[in-house]
Design a protein around this ligand. Structure first.
Ligand SMILES: [Zn+2]
Length: 233
């Protein structure tokens, strides 16, 4: 299994690794900080440096491994150094944390879980199966920004599954992918929120900036979709 360095250190931007397998433009590393598309968070991009720079254009999970797709063939087995496109990743970290804050506000108010989400660099989307109005959503966004202003610290720890189950609510996931693991990674936002989550987050909520509702879509009496963006922190 590829060692996922981003789980221990979301702020790791450059790292050394070893190419363990290459098939055309598909590359496997023994450890990686490149985040693979999962849990609504899009993959990282960046560079693998060897005899030349190979651009990482896609990263995904496959059979327990993390598979990198690069822009050219020719990468050889052995040591490489890697650099993540930090501007893109950092925006996605801010977005991911903002999604946790907003979904917790909405859960507290309505008991509704996020039923789908797609985080983006410029804007993000979440779906909720609950009959609420645009005005209510605007209120939730305002509340989320108040939580952000408290500058709550974000931390994560690995917890055995039995212990995590006792945390009850913590099993709410952003996506529906329930990790089939013995040990879960629990992400906490102060005492406000805790969730089993494999994503990357900023260190404290003030780094997120403020949420701004971009669009509210009424897709049925109980299907609501929202898009939001972030202001600079
Ligand atoms: Zn998450």
């Amino acid at each position: 299994m590829t060692k996922a360095l981003y789980l221990d250190d979301a702020y790791l931007k450059e790292f050394d690794s070893n190419v363990t397998k290459v098939e055309g433009t598909s590359v496997w590393l023994d450890e990686t900080a490149f985040y693979p598309t999962s849990g609504g968070q899009p993959h990282d991009t960046g560079i693998i440096k060897a005899d030349k720079d190979y651009k990482v254009i896609e990263v995904r999970k496959q059979d327990g491994e993390i598979l990198h797709t690069v822009d050219a063939e020719g990468l050889q087995l052995g040591p490489v150094s890697c650099v993540i496109d930090w501007e893109r990743r950092y925006k996605l970290m801010r977005m991911h944390t903002s999604a946790h804050v907003l979904s917790q506000i909405i859960f507290n108010a309505t008991d509704a879980l996020c039923s789908g989400n797609e985080l983006g660099v410029e804007k993000s989307r979440m779906d909720f199966s609950v009959p609420i109005t645009k005005e209510q959503f605007l209120g939730f966004v305002e509340e989320a920004n108040k939580i952000i202003d408290q500058d709550l610290p974000i931390s994560w720890k690995f917890v055995p599954k039995e212990e995590a189950i006792k945390m009850g609510e913590a099993f709410r996931l952003m996506g529906k992918s329930h990790p089939d693991l013995d040990v879960l990674r629990m992400v906490s936002i102060g005492d406000f929120d805790i969730q089993a989550d494999g994503g990357t987050h900023v260190k404290s909520t003030k780094l997120v900036g403020h949420l701004q509702l971009l669009k509210f879509e009424n897709k049925g009496s109980k299907r609501k979709r929202i898009y939001w963006e972030l202001t600079q922190a």
